[in-house]
Design a protein around this ligand. Structure first.
Ligand SMILES: Cc1ncc(C[n+]2csc(CCOP(=O)(O)OP(=O)(O)O)c2C)c(N)n1
Ligand SMILES: [Mg+2]
Length: 325
Protein backbone atom coordinates (compact mmCIF):
# COMPACT_ATOMS: atom_id res chain seq x y z
CA UNK A 1 0.00 0.00 0.00
CA UNK A 2 1.40 3.39 -1.06
CA UNK A 3 0.02 6.43 0.76
CA UNK A 4 0.24 10.08 -0.13
CA UNK A 5 3.11 11.93 1.55
CA UNK A 6 0.68 14.23 3.38
CA UNK A 7 -1.06 11.26 4.99
CA UNK A 8 2.28 9.75 6.05
CA UNK A 9 3.48 12.99 7.60
CA UNK A 10 0.20 13.60 9.40
CA UNK A 11 -0.06 10.02 10.66
CA UNK A 12 3.45 10.09 12.11
CA UNK A 13 2.84 13.48 13.72
CA UNK A 14 -0.41 12.29 15.29
CA UNK A 15 1.09 9.06 16.66
CA UNK A 16 4.09 10.94 18.03
CA UNK A 17 1.84 13.59 19.58
CA UNK A 18 -0.17 10.94 21.39
CA UNK A 19 3.01 9.19 22.58
CA UNK A 20 4.58 12.37 23.93
CA UNK A 21 1.32 13.63 25.43
CA UNK A 22 0.98 10.36 27.34
CA UNK A 23 4.58 10.07 28.44
CA UNK A 24 4.54 13.65 29.69
CA UNK A 25 1.20 13.10 31.42
CA UNK A 26 2.77 10.08 33.14
CA UNK A 27 5.66 12.20 34.43
CA UNK A 28 3.32 14.95 35.61
CA UNK A 29 1.01 12.52 37.39
CA UNK A 30 3.94 10.85 39.11
CA UNK A 31 5.01 14.34 40.27
CA UNK A 32 1.58 14.83 41.77
CA UNK A 33 0.71 17.59 39.32
CA UNK A 34 -2.44 16.09 37.78
CA UNK A 35 -5.46 15.11 39.88
CA UNK A 36 -7.68 12.08 39.33
CA UNK A 37 -7.27 8.66 37.86
CA UNK A 38 -5.52 8.21 34.50
CA UNK A 39 -5.22 5.39 31.96
CA UNK A 40 -2.54 5.91 29.33
CA UNK A 41 -2.79 4.95 25.66
CA UNK A 42 0.98 4.58 25.07
CA UNK A 43 1.63 1.66 22.73
CA UNK A 44 -1.82 1.74 21.10
CA UNK A 45 -1.40 4.94 19.04
CA UNK A 46 -1.60 3.31 15.61
CA UNK A 47 -5.15 2.14 16.30
CA UNK A 48 -6.59 5.60 16.93
CA UNK A 49 -4.62 7.22 14.13
CA UNK A 50 -5.15 4.44 11.59
CA UNK A 51 -8.91 4.72 12.10
CA UNK A 52 -9.29 8.49 12.44
CA UNK A 53 -7.27 9.15 9.28
CA UNK A 54 -10.37 7.91 7.42
CA UNK A 55 -12.79 10.17 9.27
CA UNK A 56 -14.08 13.67 8.53
CA UNK A 57 -14.55 16.23 11.31
CA UNK A 58 -18.32 15.70 11.18
CA UNK A 59 -17.97 11.93 11.71
CA UNK A 60 -18.28 10.95 15.35
CA UNK A 61 -16.26 8.82 17.71
CA UNK A 62 -17.02 7.54 21.18
CA UNK A 63 -14.06 6.63 23.31
CA UNK A 64 -13.17 4.79 26.52
CA UNK A 65 -11.48 5.40 29.87
CA UNK A 66 -8.20 5.12 27.86
CA UNK A 67 -9.29 7.94 25.59
CA UNK A 68 -6.54 10.56 25.19
CA UNK A 69 -5.24 8.98 21.98
CA UNK A 70 -8.66 8.70 20.34
CA UNK A 71 -9.38 12.37 21.07
CA UNK A 72 -6.03 13.63 19.75
CA UNK A 73 -6.35 11.47 16.63
CA UNK A 74 -9.82 12.94 15.98
CA UNK A 75 -8.45 16.46 16.19
CA UNK A 76 -8.85 17.57 19.80
CA UNK A 77 -6.73 20.57 20.72
CA UNK A 78 -3.67 19.28 22.60
CA UNK A 79 -3.31 22.33 24.83
CA UNK A 80 -7.03 22.26 25.70
CA UNK A 81 -6.73 18.56 26.52
CA UNK A 82 -3.75 19.07 28.82
CA UNK A 83 -5.65 21.87 30.54
CA UNK A 84 -8.56 19.48 30.97
CA UNK A 85 -6.30 16.88 32.61
CA UNK A 86 -5.07 19.59 34.97
CA UNK A 87 -8.67 20.46 35.87
CA UNK A 88 -8.48 24.00 34.51
CA UNK A 89 -11.57 26.03 33.64
CA UNK A 90 -9.87 26.63 30.26
CA UNK A 91 -9.84 22.88 29.54
CA UNK A 92 -11.90 21.35 26.73
CA UNK A 93 -14.68 20.55 29.22
CA UNK A 94 -13.94 23.48 31.53
CA UNK A 95 -12.06 21.17 33.89
CA UNK A 96 -15.16 19.17 34.81
CA UNK A 97 -14.38 16.12 32.70
CA UNK A 98 -10.74 15.37 33.35
CA UNK A 99 -8.83 12.49 31.81
CA UNK A 100 -11.74 10.05 31.57
CA UNK A 101 -14.39 12.40 30.19
CA UNK A 102 -12.76 14.49 27.49
CA UNK A 103 -15.29 15.54 24.86
CA UNK A 104 -15.38 18.05 22.02
CA UNK A 105 -18.63 17.96 20.08
CA UNK A 106 -17.37 20.35 17.39
CA UNK A 107 -14.68 17.79 16.53
CA UNK A 108 -17.14 14.90 16.58
CA UNK A 109 -15.73 13.60 19.86
CA UNK A 110 -18.81 12.46 21.75
CA UNK A 111 -16.73 11.71 24.81
CA UNK A 112 -14.35 9.43 26.58
CA UNK A 113 -16.30 7.20 28.93
CA UNK A 114 -15.51 5.58 32.25
CA UNK A 115 -18.12 2.85 31.77
CA UNK A 116 -16.69 -0.25 30.10
CA UNK A 117 -18.84 -0.87 26.97
CA UNK A 118 -20.76 2.33 27.63
CA UNK A 119 -19.62 3.50 24.19
CA UNK A 120 -21.12 1.00 21.71
CA UNK A 121 -24.78 1.92 22.41
CA UNK A 122 -23.97 5.64 22.14
CA UNK A 123 -22.20 5.03 18.83
CA UNK A 124 -25.26 3.17 17.50
CA UNK A 125 -27.42 6.13 18.53
CA UNK A 126 -25.14 8.54 16.66
CA UNK A 127 -25.20 6.25 13.63
CA UNK A 128 -28.99 6.07 13.71
CA UNK A 129 -29.10 9.89 13.80
CA UNK A 130 -26.80 9.98 10.76
CA UNK A 131 -29.02 7.51 8.90
CA UNK A 132 -32.21 9.43 9.68
CA UNK A 133 -30.64 12.77 8.74
CA UNK A 134 -28.96 11.24 5.67
CA UNK A 135 -25.87 13.34 6.42
CA UNK A 136 -23.34 10.69 5.35
CA UNK A 137 -21.64 10.57 8.74
CA UNK A 138 -20.05 7.46 10.12
CA UNK A 139 -19.95 6.74 13.84
CA UNK A 140 -17.02 4.88 15.41
CA UNK A 141 -17.00 3.11 18.75
CA UNK A 142 -13.58 2.46 20.30
CA UNK A 143 -13.65 -0.22 22.98
CA UNK A 144 -11.28 -2.65 24.66
CA UNK A 145 -11.20 -6.44 24.84
CA UNK A 146 -12.85 -6.11 28.25
CA UNK A 147 -15.93 -4.59 26.64
CA UNK A 148 -16.74 -7.53 24.40
CA UNK A 149 -18.29 -9.59 27.18
CA UNK A 150 -20.62 -6.82 28.31
CA UNK A 151 -24.31 -7.02 27.47
CA UNK A 152 -24.33 -3.45 26.21
CA UNK A 153 -21.80 -4.40 23.56
CA UNK A 154 -23.83 -7.42 22.40
CA UNK A 155 -27.05 -5.41 22.31
CA UNK A 156 -25.45 -2.54 20.42
CA UNK A 157 -23.92 -4.86 17.82
CA UNK A 158 -27.20 -6.64 17.23
CA UNK A 159 -29.18 -3.43 17.06
CA UNK A 160 -26.70 -1.94 14.57
CA UNK A 161 -27.31 -4.87 12.22
CA UNK A 162 -31.09 -4.78 12.66
CA UNK A 163 -31.22 -1.01 12.03
CA UNK A 164 -28.45 -1.22 9.38
CA UNK A 165 -26.72 1.91 10.65
CA UNK A 166 -23.27 3.31 9.69
CA UNK A 167 -21.28 2.37 12.77
CA UNK A 168 -17.83 0.80 13.05
CA UNK A 169 -16.96 -1.13 16.20
CA UNK A 170 -13.23 -0.94 16.89
CA UNK A 171 -12.07 -3.50 19.43
CA UNK A 172 -8.56 -2.85 20.71
CA UNK A 173 -7.32 -6.10 22.15
CA UNK A 174 -4.44 -5.29 24.49
CA UNK A 175 -4.89 -8.68 26.13
CA UNK A 176 -5.87 -7.30 29.53
CA UNK A 177 -9.02 -6.05 31.15
CA UNK A 178 -7.61 -4.27 34.20
CA UNK A 179 -5.39 -7.08 35.56
CA UNK A 180 -7.24 -10.04 34.05
CA UNK A 181 -5.91 -11.60 30.86
CA UNK A 182 -8.16 -12.22 27.89
CA UNK A 183 -7.38 -15.94 28.06
CA UNK A 184 -9.17 -16.10 31.40
CA UNK A 185 -12.01 -13.67 30.73
CA UNK A 186 -13.20 -14.68 27.25
CA UNK A 187 -14.73 -18.10 26.83
CA UNK A 188 -14.03 -18.61 23.15
CA UNK A 189 -10.73 -18.44 21.32
CA UNK A 190 -11.99 -16.80 18.14
CA UNK A 191 -13.36 -13.39 18.96
CA UNK A 192 -13.41 -12.35 15.32
CA UNK A 193 -15.75 -15.21 14.45
CA UNK A 194 -17.88 -14.57 17.52
CA UNK A 195 -18.27 -10.91 16.55
CA UNK A 196 -19.01 -11.76 12.92
CA UNK A 197 -21.78 -13.97 14.25
CA UNK A 198 -23.77 -10.79 14.83
CA UNK A 199 -23.94 -10.41 11.06
CA UNK A 200 -21.30 -7.92 9.97
CA UNK A 201 -17.76 -8.14 8.58
CA UNK A 202 -14.79 -7.79 10.92
CA UNK A 203 -11.34 -6.82 9.68
CA UNK A 204 -8.26 -7.81 11.65
CA UNK A 205 -5.30 -5.47 12.10
CA UNK A 206 -1.88 -5.44 13.70
CA UNK A 207 -2.18 -2.60 16.21
CA UNK A 208 1.57 -1.97 16.21
CA UNK A 209 1.49 -1.22 12.49
CA UNK A 210 -0.18 1.98 11.30
CA UNK A 211 -0.47 0.63 7.75
CA UNK A 212 -2.25 -2.52 8.85
CA UNK A 213 -4.81 -0.55 10.88
CA UNK A 214 -5.22 2.03 8.13
CA UNK A 215 -6.00 -0.69 5.60
CA UNK A 216 -8.48 -2.53 7.82
CA UNK A 217 -10.15 0.72 8.86
CA UNK A 218 -10.43 1.83 5.24
CA UNK A 219 -12.45 -1.29 4.42
CA UNK A 220 -14.64 -1.12 7.53
CA UNK A 221 -15.42 2.58 7.23
CA UNK A 222 -16.09 2.38 3.49
CA UNK A 223 -18.50 -0.51 4.17
CA UNK A 224 -20.43 1.53 6.74
CA UNK A 225 -20.35 4.78 4.78
CA UNK A 226 -21.74 3.08 1.69
CA UNK A 227 -24.91 2.18 3.59
CA UNK A 228 -24.13 -1.50 4.14
CA UNK A 229 -24.61 -1.33 7.89
CA UNK A 230 -22.01 -1.92 10.61
CA UNK A 231 -18.50 -3.29 10.36
CA UNK A 232 -15.84 -4.19 12.89
CA UNK A 233 -12.10 -3.86 13.34
CA UNK A 234 -10.13 -6.14 15.60
CA UNK A 235 -6.70 -4.74 16.42
CA UNK A 236 -4.16 -6.73 18.39
CA UNK A 237 -2.20 -4.26 20.44
CA UNK A 238 -0.27 -3.70 23.66
CA UNK A 239 -0.29 -1.04 26.34
CA UNK A 240 3.14 0.05 27.52
CA UNK A 241 1.98 1.19 30.96
CA UNK A 242 -0.18 -0.38 33.64
CA UNK A 243 -3.95 -0.37 33.56
CA UNK A 244 -3.83 2.99 35.39
CA UNK A 245 -0.90 5.16 36.39
CA UNK A 246 0.37 3.57 39.59
CA UNK A 247 -0.56 -0.02 38.70
CA UNK A 248 2.33 -2.23 39.95
CA UNK A 249 1.63 -4.71 37.10
CA UNK A 250 2.43 -7.90 39.02
CA UNK A 251 0.30 -9.81 36.52
CA UNK A 252 2.80 -9.24 33.69
CA UNK A 253 5.25 -11.93 32.62
CA UNK A 254 8.92 -11.19 33.21
CA UNK A 255 10.29 -9.10 30.35
CA UNK A 256 6.84 -8.55 28.83
CA UNK A 257 6.93 -4.75 28.96
CA UNK A 258 10.46 -4.54 27.59
CA UNK A 259 9.46 -6.88 24.77
CA UNK A 260 6.41 -4.76 23.94
CA UNK A 261 8.37 -1.51 23.84
CA UNK A 262 11.08 -3.12 21.73
CA UNK A 263 9.02 -5.15 19.28
CA UNK A 264 5.52 -3.65 19.20
CA UNK A 265 6.18 0.06 18.89
CA UNK A 266 4.22 1.72 16.09
CA UNK A 267 6.65 4.65 15.93
CA UNK A 268 9.67 2.38 15.51
CA UNK A 269 7.80 0.29 12.95
CA UNK A 270 6.74 3.39 11.01
CA UNK A 271 10.28 4.77 10.93
CA UNK A 272 11.70 1.41 9.85
CA UNK A 273 9.23 1.24 6.99
CA UNK A 274 10.05 4.78 5.88
CA UNK A 275 13.79 4.02 6.00
CA UNK A 276 13.24 0.99 3.82
CA UNK A 277 10.93 2.62 1.28
CA UNK A 278 12.59 6.03 1.32
CA UNK A 279 9.18 7.75 1.29
CA UNK A 280 10.07 10.02 4.22
CA UNK A 281 13.55 10.93 5.40
CA UNK A 282 14.81 10.57 8.97
CA UNK A 283 15.51 14.32 9.15
CA UNK A 284 11.91 15.27 8.42
CA UNK A 285 10.66 12.80 11.01
CA UNK A 286 13.18 14.22 13.51
CA UNK A 287 11.81 17.70 12.76
CA UNK A 288 8.29 16.50 13.56
CA UNK A 289 9.58 15.00 16.83
CA UNK A 290 11.01 18.37 17.84
CA UNK A 291 7.78 20.21 16.99
CA UNK A 292 5.70 17.71 18.94
CA UNK A 293 7.94 17.97 22.00
CA UNK A 294 7.66 21.77 21.87
CA UNK A 295 3.86 21.54 21.60
CA UNK A 296 3.57 19.22 24.60
CA UNK A 297 5.94 21.42 26.61
CA UNK A 298 3.79 24.45 25.80
CA UNK A 299 0.65 22.50 26.72
CA UNK A 300 2.05 21.68 30.18
CA UNK A 301 3.34 25.21 30.79
CA UNK A 302 -0.01 26.73 29.82
CA UNK A 303 -1.98 24.10 31.77
CA UNK A 304 0.00 24.82 34.94
CA UNK A 305 -0.63 28.55 34.60
CA UNK A 306 -4.29 28.26 33.60
CA UNK A 307 -7.03 29.13 36.12
CA UNK A 308 -8.92 26.50 38.10
CA UNK A 309 -12.76 26.58 38.22
CA UNK A 310 -14.26 28.80 40.91
CA UNK A 311 -16.86 27.48 43.38
CA UNK A 312 -19.47 29.55 41.53
CA UNK A 313 -18.83 27.52 38.36
CA UNK A 314 -19.70 24.19 39.98
CA UNK A 315 -23.33 24.27 38.90
CA UNK A 316 -22.69 25.75 35.44
CA UNK A 317 -22.77 23.56 32.30
CA UNK A 318 -24.04 20.55 34.23
CA UNK A 319 -27.08 20.15 31.99
CA UNK A 320 -27.33 21.11 28.34
CA UNK A 321 -30.18 23.45 27.52
CA UNK A 322 -31.66 21.39 24.70
CA UNK A 323 -34.21 24.05 23.80
CA UNK A 324 -31.65 26.69 22.91
CA UNK A 325 -29.02 24.18 21.65
C1 LIG B 1 -19.33 -1.44 33.55
C2 LIG B 1 -17.97 -1.37 34.19
N1 LIG B 1 -17.48 -2.45 34.82
C3 LIG B 1 -16.25 -2.41 35.38
C4 LIG B 1 -15.51 -1.25 35.34
C5 LIG B 1 -14.11 -1.20 35.95
N2 LIG B 1 -13.13 -1.18 34.85
C6 LIG B 1 -12.56 -0.04 34.43
S1 LIG B 1 -11.52 -0.28 33.13
C7 LIG B 1 -11.80 -1.94 33.15
C8 LIG B 1 -11.11 -2.85 32.18
C9 LIG B 1 -11.39 -2.52 30.76
O1 LIG B 1 -10.63 -3.36 29.94
P1 LIG B 1 -10.64 -3.17 28.39
O2 LIG B 1 -12.03 -2.96 27.91
O3 LIG B 1 -9.88 -4.29 27.81
O4 LIG B 1 -9.88 -1.79 28.18
P2 LIG B 1 -8.36 -1.45 28.49
O5 LIG B 1 -8.32 -0.95 29.91
O6 LIG B 1 -7.56 -2.67 28.31
O7 LIG B 1 -8.02 -0.37 27.53
C10 LIG B 1 -12.71 -2.29 34.16
C11 LIG B 1 -13.17 -3.66 34.41
C12 LIG B 1 -16.07 -0.14 34.69
N3 LIG B 1 -15.41 1.02 34.59
N4 LIG B 1 -17.27 -0.22 34.09
MG1 LIG C 1 -7.91 -4.45 27.34
Amino acid sequence: MKLHRDILLRAYRQMKTIREFEERAYAEIMNGQIPGFTHLYTGQEANAVGVCEHLETADTIISTHRGHGHCIAKGADVVGMMKELYGSSEGLCKGKGGSMHVADLEKGILGANGIVAGGPPIAVGAALAAKIRKDGRVSVSFAGDGSVNQGTCFEAMNMAVVLKVPVVFVIENNYYSEHTSIGYAVGCDNLKARTEGFGFPVFVADGADFFSVYEAAGKAIAHARAGNGPAGIFAETGRFHGHFVGDPQHYRAKGELEDLRENSCCLKNFRARMAESGELGAAELDAIDAEVLALVERAVTEAKAAPRPTPAQVTQDVYINYISA
